[in-house]
Design a protein around this ligand. Structure first.
Ligand SMILES: NC(=O)c1ccc[n+]([C@@H]2O[C@H](COP(=O)([O-])OP(=O)(O)OC[C@H]3O[C@@H](n4cnc5c(N)ncnc54)[C@H](O)[C@@H]3O)[C@@H](O)[C@H]2O)c1
Length: 365
């Protein structure tokens, strides 16, 4: 057994990070599909989480990623108040090279074989159009296009949820949820980031933006001739004078040993997944007196949308659910204060409590 395989099995069966209910390895030789479906928990309901299509260096790495992502979804879904557990799937390979209708249909049959224990959606490397194909073989598919009964792009409600997280942070720190006159820096103005700019400008915040894609920046500056300033890069943005809020909206690992000491903002609240580069960063942030709104709590608008789609998507109902991110974020800050722990740890505790109570209730039924 390789060290990596041993590590994966240790995570799965023995570590505090594991305890997954089920892991399924799938292969369809005809289409070249190799996939891993990981179900971390169904305590709150069917596991829900997207399908990542990625050229992993090794198959062990793919399994480890599926385990890790599935666990993260349990916490995200629990904190979003959804009746869903956590699961995630990964398809191994370069989507540009191997993605095909045949492969996605084969994948759909594997998801369907779980009989609803796992509900799939989009993630890195999979799109709404792909879910339309998967859905032809599997009714436990969400994140489809409106033409196929789906809700389409989830970034609108993701941005709305992040905005609610910022308002809650402002309320907690400054005693007023208004962002009028606050200086907010957004790193990454793609699908979520550009909707976030709209909310912030509508409320009268001053916005700094940066993105590695010039056209993304140009599109925003053209739409907002006033109140938005572009800066050269993320390193410049996080050091900007007078920054109130930093919103990482690009890639994971934004909060690390290099960036945290340099932050000028008093609040970090953004859409990017897995912002904390390693365990312990949340404490470094708290030690600097910076308020961190946990990523998986404030970026839950997207999963709230795909969960809603399963019941026939209703935008207003969904927006009302995403608006609750405001109360959830405030509750996390309060718990962090009471327990004397960083907000990220407080969020984990609240999510674990909800899952534990649901599992106990199930055992006594
Ligand atoms: N779309 C959703 O509904 C959703 C839901 C939950 C979480 N998220 C997370 O939010 C983040 C943004 O998602 P998105 O859908 O807007 O993705 P996107 O790809 O549309 O936007 C990301 C943007 O970040 C930019 N970027 C990449 N590297 C950068 C860097 N080093 N510095 C500055 N900009 C950089 C890209 O050019 C792009 O414009 C991702 O981490 C994603 O996982 C998205």
């Amino acid at each position: 057994m390789t060290d990596v395989t041993h590590g994966v099995l240790h995570t799965l069966f023995h570590s505090d990070q594991g305890g997954h209910e089920q892991v399924v390895l799938c292969q369809d030789r005809a289409s070249g599909l190799k996939a891993v479906i990981a179900i971390h928990s169904t305590a709150l309901g069917p596991a829900l989480g997207g399908t990542r299509f990625y050229p992993y260096a090794t198959e062990e790495e793919a399994v480890a990623d599926a385990l890790n992502l599935a666990r993260g979804m349990s916490y995200k879904n629990a904190m979003a108040g959804l009746d869903h557990g956590g699961g995630k799937a990964v398809i191994i390979g370069d989507p540009d090279l191997i993605k095909s209708e045949e492969l996605l249909l084969a994948y759909g049959r594997f998801v369907a074989s779980l009989g609803g224990r796992y509900v799939t959606a989009c993630d890195v490397g999979t799109y709404v159009a792909d879910m339309d194909v998967v859905a032809r073989e599997c009714r436990w598919t969400t994140g489809r296009s409106p033409e196929n009964g789906g809700a389409g792009d989830s970034s609108v409600l993701t941005a709305f949820g992040v905005y609610q997280g910022m308002r809650a942070s402002a309320q907690h720190l400054w005693g007023d949820p208004s962002l009028r006159g606050r200086k907010v820096g957004i790193a990454g103005v793609g699908k979520v980031g550009h909707h976030l700019v709209e909310h912030l400008r509508a409320e009268g915040a001053e916005v700094l933006i940066t993105d590695v894609r010039e056209e993304a920046v140009g599109r925003i500056l053209a739409a907002h001739p006033e109140g938005v300033t572009a800066v050269a890069d993320t390193a410049t943005l996080i050091r900007a004078e007078g920054l109130d809020i930093y919103a990482p909206c690009a890639l994971g690992g934004a909060l690390n040993d290099d960036t945290v000491p340099a932050l000028t903002a008093k609040v970090v609240c953004g859409a990017a997944n897995n912002q904390l580069a390693h365990p312990g960063v949340e404490k470094d942030i708290a030690d600097r007196g910076i308020l961190y709104a946990p990523d998986y709590v404030v970026n839950a608008g997207g999963v709230i949308q795909v969960a809603d789609e399963l019941h026939g998507f209703d935008f207003d109902r969904c927006k009302a659910k995403a608006a609750k991110i405001y109360d959830t974020t405030l509750a996390i800050f309060a718990r962090a204060k009471t327990d004397g722990i960083p907000p990220a740890a407080a969020a984990d505790r609240i999510a674990e409590q909800r899952m534990h109570e649901a599992a106990s209730a199930r055992r006594t039924r």
